[in-house]
Write a protein that binds this ligand. Structure first.
Ligand code: OAD
Length: 247
């Protein structure tokens, strides 16, 4: 049963910030990180794959793992949750109201669904960058022949994701913080809310008096502080809510 105050707020909020996590892409067939059985960090050790030290120690292994993820994601399609967020952005643009989509996801499925302005806090799987000269190139094709792929300058190229121990892209974080501190409604969708600094964005929203909505099948550390914490899947609960709000 959806709360009327929430439905009205989604329809009338002067600005919305969405923070999405791996749960938003789960219904597209992309594994989350912390699910006890299928999550990536339940099956693989992040220290061996997702740190700068891991890449220095075994660049081939790290490159193969990220390239396999990249190729798997290329086979996946956005789900109803992604599409309804793109639709909500459009509706807000038409009304000249700010709508900011911040994602921790590296799969670019929001963009594939039509979202125009996506703040990628953790980078993405497709932009590989040379560790020597810094040159970036987008990789949307077949699996690489060599691991890691090489830059024209001869340097090794690495995936453009943020690894443990690395700083988030400064401009993206600043934009995310600014928008969070100004919004009327903050939606935390499909994230375990345990990875910082992304998990701290909601604090900026709460300090500014924003209302907070969480959608997640499981309870998270945010659940008790959110004004609404809906237990459900984003691909179903979110479209239901948005259509009731008339956006
Ligand atoms: P997690 O794997 O930590 O959390 C995914 C959340 O999605 C969990 O709370 C699930 O209960 C929930 N969930 C699962 N299916 C869902 C569905 N259909 N609808 C809604 N929610 C669902 O993923 P993140 O919170 O995104 O960082 O993880 C944050 C960061 O930790 C990732 O960006 C990644 C990881 O280490 C980097 O790679 C830098």
């Amino acid at each position: 049963m959806l709360d009327h105050e929430l439905i009205d707020l989604v329809g009338a909020a002067h600005s919305i910030v969405v923070l999405s996590g791996a749960g938003v892409s789960a219904e597209s067939g992309i594994p989350t990180f912390r699910d006890a059985l299928t999550g990536l960090w339940a099956r693989f050790n992040p220290e061996e794959l997702a740190t700068p030290q891991a890449f220095s120690k075994d660049p081939r292994l790290v490159s193969r793992w990220y390239d396999e993820r990249r190729c798997n994601v290329l086979k996946c399609r956005p789900n109803a949750g992604h599409f309804v967020l793109a639709q909500l952005e459009k509706a807000f643009q038409e009304k000249n109201r700010p709508f900011t989509l911040i994602t921790q996801n590296v799969d670019r499925l929001h963009q594939a669904a039509g979202s125009q302005n996506v703040i990628e806090l953790h980078g993405n799987l497709f932009t590989w960058r040379c560790v020597d000269c810094g040159k970036e190139r987008d990789e949307n094709g077949l699996a690489f022949d060599e691991h890691p792929p090489r830059c024209e300058c001869g340097g090794l190229r690495r995936p453009g994701v943020v690894w443990f121990g690395e700083a988030l892209p400064g401009e993206a974080l600043l934009k995310a913080q600014r928008a969070s501190g100004r919004c009327a409604l903050f939606m935390s969708l499909g994230t375990s809310s345990v990875v910082y600094p992304a998990a701290a964005l909601v604090d900026l929203a709460l300090q500014n008096g924003a209302k907070v909505l969480e959608i997640n099948p499981e309870q998270t550390p945010l659940s008790r502080r959110a004004h609404w914490s809906l237990r459900g899947k984003c691909g179903k609960t979110l479209p239901d809510l948005i259509s009731r709000a008339g956006n």
